[in-house]
Ligand binder design. Structure first.
Ligand SMILES: [Zn+2]
Length: 331
């Protein structure tokens, strides 16, 4: 099935690199790999982040228990819990998945098995994609969903959920902690570079800047933006990233109307020095398996061309496509 195949591809991109590395003997020059579950880091007050092993896991400690936003790849539940226990004795009380991909809900089952009352919250469209996947783990299925906006809890423990349209998938949730002026943005923004677009779950590069602009308007009083993987960014950083993606669509349209190629659109973007950070041609730390920002921008220009022409999107993921070869041994 095309859809299931693409879903898998998102994670396989990374897993394949890790497996290859493992089979390479594990020595120097074994190639890039996904780092394991990392050490818990404080973002602000009672809000923490655990990197590695797929998505970031955001940890929000409330009066009732621990809220986890995303649970990494499968088989990382125990490693996540060990990190959580270094900052609190409270049990996990709620899981939020920012979207459907299995590097974000992969270890839901560990927490559901430990405490069956733990509920999973997602956007309504994410529930649809889980239901449509015959290979879905039952622990991916949300117990509660929202469509446009929802609030859970109050005061210091309040969590606001927002949805503004398609981007990485068509079920990407914005999860806001108002008391901390912080927000999780899932894979609408990861590593501060262009997202992988998953057309099989309704993702769209054309829709992405619209969605981000609506979020910039519709969400107030946020300073910290926890990305789906990698960084904690700022509201200003999100604004710059949104401008870059608006420009990416603008140059794609212009290049297409002149009969040019995505590479020429990329050269247009490179003329603007304020976009340099999104067009770096170097591998990022801990994302050595995932291509460079520049290779990702070119992939997304190809996706934009296909969407604009109404063709099926085939250039979705792929460090394999457009990414540089692994670094030489010893680097
Ligand atoms: Zn994703």
């Amino acid at each position: 099935m095309r859809r299931a195949g693409l879903l898998t591809a998102i994670v396989v991109v990374g897993i394949a690199a890790a497996v290859v590395a493992g089979q390479g003997g594990g020595g120097r020059g074994a190639g890039p790999r996904i780092p394991p579950t990392g050490t818990i880091e404080k973002v602000k007050d009672n809000l923490y982040k655990i990197g590695g092993a797929g998505s970031n896991t955001t940890v929000f400690i409330t009066a009732e228990g621990v809220v986890l936003v995303d649970t990494k790849l499968a088989n990382n539940g125990e490693a996540i819990m060990k990190q959580v226990q270094t900052v609190t004795d409270k049990p996990v009380s709620l899981i939020i998945n920012t979207h459907v991909h299995p590097d974000h809900n992969g270890s839901n089952d560990y927490f559901k098995a430990a405490r069956p009352m733990v509920q999973v919250v997602t956007h309504e469209n994410t529930k649809k994609w889980v239901a449509a996947n015959p290979k879905a783990n039952p622990a991916w299925m949300p117990d509660r969903t929202f469509t446009d906006k929802m609030t859970l809890g109050k005061g210091k423990d309040r969590i606001d959920f927002y949805y503004f349209g398609a981007g990485h998938t068509n079920g990407d949730a914005f999860v806001v902690f108002p008391a901390l002026r912080a927000m999780c943005i899932g894979d609408l923004m990861a590593w501060n570079m262009g997202p992988l677009i998953d057309p099989a779950t309704g993702g769209s590069i054309i829709a992405l800047p619209d969605t981000l602009e609506k979020a910039l308007k519709g969400i107030k009083n946020v300073d910290l933006v926890i990305e789906g993987h990698g960084n904690v960014n700022s509201w200003q950083g999100l604004r710059a990233y949104t401008e870059f993606h608006r420009a990416l669509i603008t140059v794609a349209k212009a290049a297409l109307s002149r009969g040019e190629k995505p590479e020429q659109a990329l050269a247009e973007l490179e003329k603007n020095p304020k976009f340099a950070v999104f067009l770096k041609d170097e591998l990022l730390k801990d994302l050595e398996y995932g291509g460079t920002p520049k290779s990702r921008a070119l992939i997304n220009l190809n996706v934009a061309f296909q969407e604009l022409k109404g063709e099926p999107v085939t250039t979705n993921f792929g460090p394999a496509r457009g990414a540089p070869p692994p670094p030489p041994p010893g680097k």
